[in-house]
Design a protein around this ligand. Structure first.
Ligand SMILES: Cc1cc2nc3c(=O)[nH]c(=O)nc-3n(C[C@H](O)[C@H](O)[C@H](O)COP(=O)(O)O)c2cc1C
Length: 210
């Protein structure tokens, strides 16, 4: 079996992390790079990622996460966020970044910029938010797959109150809204979910060949 499939079978959504085991700086750096390198529509990266290191903040987030222990017990808690608003300024910053990094004059990117502005900005706010959320979930997938390949555990978590999390982390000031939590660390020997069989539909149910 290929290494990636082995890793994806090995991973599971950890319920009990070992609070004594810490992910080292190099590995955390790599996982953050996996987030940063995730693809997004137009490459617009309408996101931000918060590494919550403060114990007190993690306790408070646990309280608004149905008391799920992963929030405080994992080595790291990453909060994956979308932008509060998708703005013309953000689109222009992206164009500038392409221009600098690829050494292309901004004028050559004017059509691309107009396309993004004309497509995204007129959408109803709800649709813009749903679009940004989708991009954040791609980053979540990259993070979890990269972690699994390194033998590092994660637990994707939607079971929290985003508006309260935003207040706890002061995300308004940053123009961010929390979408999904991802504790990162190492499973505890006592986590009974580690030995529970992975449940997935059979391939013939989920794949269609035409
Ligand atoms: C977007 C998302 C949100 C989830 N939220 C939670 C959560 O709040 N708490 C939790 O323990 N597991 C959560 N899970 C884990 C799922 O229950 C788990 O991924 C699923 O049952 C498949 O099992 P596996 O990941 O262990 O293979 C979430 C998973 C995803 C993808």
């Amino acid at each position: 079996m290929s290494h990636i499939i082995e890793a994806l079978n090995w991973r599971y959504a950890v319920k009990t992390f070992d609070p004594t085991k810490k992910v080292n700086e190099t590995d955390i750096h790599d996982l953050k790079e996996a987030l940063r390198l995730a693809p997004s529509s137009y490459g617009l990266q309408p996101w931000g990622f918060v590494d919550v290191q403060d114990k007190g903040l993690r306790e408070r987030i646990r309280e608004i996460s149905a008391n799920q222990a992963q929030v405080t017990d994992a080595s790291h808690l990453l909060v994956l966020c979308r932008l509060a608003d998708i703005t013309e300024d953000h689109i222009k910053a992206h164009i500038k970044s392409i221009s600098v990094q690829r050494n292309v004059p901004e004028e050559n990117l004017a059509g691309f910029q107009a396309n993004m502005i004309n497509t995204l900005l007129p959408k109803p706010k709800k649709d813009q938010e749903a679009w940004m959320d989708r991009q954040v979930y791609i980053a979540l997938g990259f993070l979890m797959a990269a972690a699994a390949q390194k033998g590092i555990d994660t637990c994707p978590m939607e079971g929290f109150k985003p508006a309260e999390c935003d207040t706890i982390l002061g995300l308004d000031e940053r123009g961010l809204k929390s979408v999904v939590l991802c504790p990162v660390g190492y499973r505890s020997d006592s986590d009974r979910f580690a030995s529970v069989k992975k449940v997935r539909f059979a391939a013939d149910k989920v794949f269609v060949t035409k």
